[in-house]
Design a protein around this ligand. Structure first.
Ligand code: MN
Length: 384
């Protein structure tokens, strides 16, 4: 069997749980110890994050990728079995932005949260809506999901109460990792996505719907989101995804020139799979996202806000038009009105203590192959 020397996702590992961390590149069930190789700026790889490597920019990323493919073709002794390693947060996250770019998700949430208004707000087809999240609580896959406590108030209650969230949820998303920074005051044009973004990871934006519903007006998501955001340990280089590029779905509203992506179609045909306790519950199609990462990057910098190495921006919940393509439980169970029935006969609207949610994804690779993004997983622990 030939090895996958095309994808070459980057991560950070240690040989013992508390041992020194260094950069690795995954090759199937092996990890290439890149710090041990004769590469330019090899010291970048003897560090606990990808940030030093990411800061060097597109020409260097492409050069290292070509050298790794050459080395792997020749054969190398520096491959370690993945099974024995501990994986860590790959990036020291600088700023974290989360978008809201699936039309199907936004319409579903709009119908549930604002039943007396049109499902999409008037701005939705004109700009990729987003918010700034909490970078310090972005954690690697496998980090326990401690049930958050906070204020909740049902519409029928007179006053809020405090306690563990009763509507703990997931958001299946795709994240984009920024390497090359930009200058304060200077927008990044839509065509420069690949100059700034190194690669792609999977994101679970754990969400407390009861905390969120009470707190979000008028300034948007806050404590219902900031308790934890999990990302996959492997960052797939944008350079590996040439065969996955597709145009975004048709837009019915003309966009302003800085968001016009006719010359730079950056839709990506990732197929996500969401499992709950091992049972598949959804297959969200990323190709159907209305706003692309190039449009998101152009929008988030159009006011002159600068990028830093390690910035992470996530797509927003990925939902397709079908019920089994929805990327959150609030949509899958329609706010609890239509609970899911699991294989063991139990039902689920929102997550219970002990539940494990895993998101995986694949995308078209060269010659009919499939690129794997690995997984982002987490198990719910009781409130503390
Ligand atoms: Mn989200």
């Amino acid at each position: 069997m030939s090895r996958d020397t095309h994808t070459l996702p980057f991560g950070v590992f240690s040989e013992t749980p508390d041992g020194p961390r260094r950069v690795g590149v995954r090759v199937d069930d092996l990890v290439l110890d890149v710090g041990a190789l004769d590469l330019p700026h090899a010291a970048d790889f003897a560090t606990a994050s990808l940030n030093a490597f990411l800061a060097r920019g597109r020409a260097h990323w492409d050069d290292v990728r070509a050298r790794l493919q050459e080395l792997l073709a020749q054969g190398t002794d520096h491959l370690l079995p993945l099974a024995g390693l501990t994986l860590h947060l790959p990036v020291e996250v600088a700023d974290y932005v989360d978008f809201y770019s699936s039309r199907h998700h936004a319409e579903n949430i709009g119908r549930m949260f604002r039943p007396d208004s049109p499902p999409l707000t008037p701005n939705w087809t004109h700009l990729p809506i987003g918010y700034h999240g909490r970078a310090g609580t972005v954690a690697v896959s496998g980090t326990p999901v401690v049930r958050p406590s906070g204020q909740h108030k049902a519409p029928t209650d007179d006053v809020p109460t405090f306690g563990p969230s009763r509507r703990l949820d997931i958001e299946a998303e795709v994240g984009f990792v920024v390497g090359t920074p930009s200058a304060l005051g200077t927008p990044v044009p839509l065509g420069d996505l690949a100059e700034h973004v190194f690669g792609v990871c999977l994101v679970n934006d754990w969400s407390s719907r009861d905390l969120q519903a009470w707190e979000y007006v008028p300034l948007g998501p806050f404590l219902g989101k900031s308790f934890l955001t999990s990302i996959s340990p492997w960052v797939v280089p944008l350079a590996a995804l040439a065969d996955a590029r597709v145009p975004a779905p048709p837009r019915e509203t003309p966009v302003l020139p800085y968001l016009d992506d006719a010359e730079h179609p950056w839709g990506l045909d990732l197929e996500l799979v969401v499992t709950l306790n091992g049972q598949e519950v959804s297959r969200p199609p990323f190709a159907q996202m209305y706003w692309t990462p190039a449009q998101q990057l152009a929008h988030l910098t159009v006011n002159g806000a600068s990028l830093r190495t390690g910035d992470l921006f996530a797509s927003g919940t990925v939902s397709g038009p079908e019920r089994d393509q929805r990327g959150s439980f609030i949509e899958l169970s329609w706010g609890g009105a239509e609970p899911l029935t699991l294989a063991d006969g139990s039902t689920r609207s929102f997550l219970e203590d002990g539940d494990t949610v895993t998101i995986t994804a694949t995308a078209p690779g060269p010659g009919g192959t499939r690129i794997s993004f690995g997984e982002v997983t987490g198990t719910v622990q009781p409130a503390r």
